[in-house]
Design a binder for this molecule. Structure first.
Ligand code: CA
Length: 227
């Protein structure tokens, strides 16, 4: 899950980025509307945008308007000041999905992020199964026979990427994109380490992660037949 945070208040922006990353999202932060437009028109789609309306250079309304005009349906949460009811109305009219009034509590914002992501997955079963291994993409946990596995946020992200596309090869680059935002230093060796740890943890489910040389990884049940 990739989230874009467009907020010019350094303290708020840093706090948001940190807490979203701790929750396992790949987060990019921009500090003005122009940068938001640039990154939003890039190749990598975002799963959610947290957008401050009062941004330098290009305001949040214009960013939102531009996004909807390009028919990008990414969920957007706008951030507004307490006394700006008009702004909230305008933001919602322009196609924002939700809003938060500053100052807000981080746990509440995170709950709204989860709700929007869940709504975005409407009609799709948010629980993926492979053998006795289950991945709940809304609750962000992996289970074997109902027992929650002890996984780090990065391990969860790798497993989610694999479980959401069972039967498909996921390349190392795709995993890196899921795990790291543009600003973070990404290493493909790290992916190998996560895969190695995950294999051990999911082994009891009779599931493994196969390496497809030169292509990537695929999650699959361990074959019980010999030869
Ligand atoms: Ca602002």
């Amino acid at each position: 899950m990739r989230i874009l945070i467009a907020e010019d208040d350094e303290v708020l922006s840093d706090g948001l980025c940190r807490s979203m990353r701790q929750s396992g999202y790949a987060v990019d932060c921009v500090k003005d509307g122009q940068a938001a437009n640039t990154i939003l028109s890039g190749e990598q789609p975002f799963d959610l945008v947290i957008l401050d309306l009062g941004l330098p250079k290009v305001d949040g309304f214009s960013v939102l308007k531009g996004l909807r005009e390009k028919n990008r349906q990414v969920p957007v949460i706008i951030l507004t000041a307490r006394d700006a009811e008009e702004d909230r109305v305008k933001g919602l009219d322009l196609g924002a999905d939700d809003y938060m009034i500053k100052p807000f509590s981080l746990p509440e914002l995170e709950a709204r992020v989860r709700a929007l992501i869940r709504r975005g997955q409407c009609g799709v079963n948010p629980v993926y199964n492979c053998g006795t291994l289950a991945f709940d993409s809304v609750g962000r946990r992996a289970m074997i026979n109902g027992e929650t596995l002890d996984l780090t946020t990065r391990e969860l992200s790798v497993l989610e990427a694999l479980m959401s596309r069972i039967g498909w090869v996921i390349s190392k680059e795709q995993l890196l994109e899921r795990l790291y935002s543009y600003s973070e230093e990404a290493s493909s060796n790290a992916i190998e380490v996560y895969i190695h740890r995950l294999r051990k943890k999911i082994e009891p489910a009779g599931v493994t992660i196969r390496t497809i040389r030169g292509l990537g990884y695929i999650i699959d049940k361990v074959s019980t037949t010999h030869g």
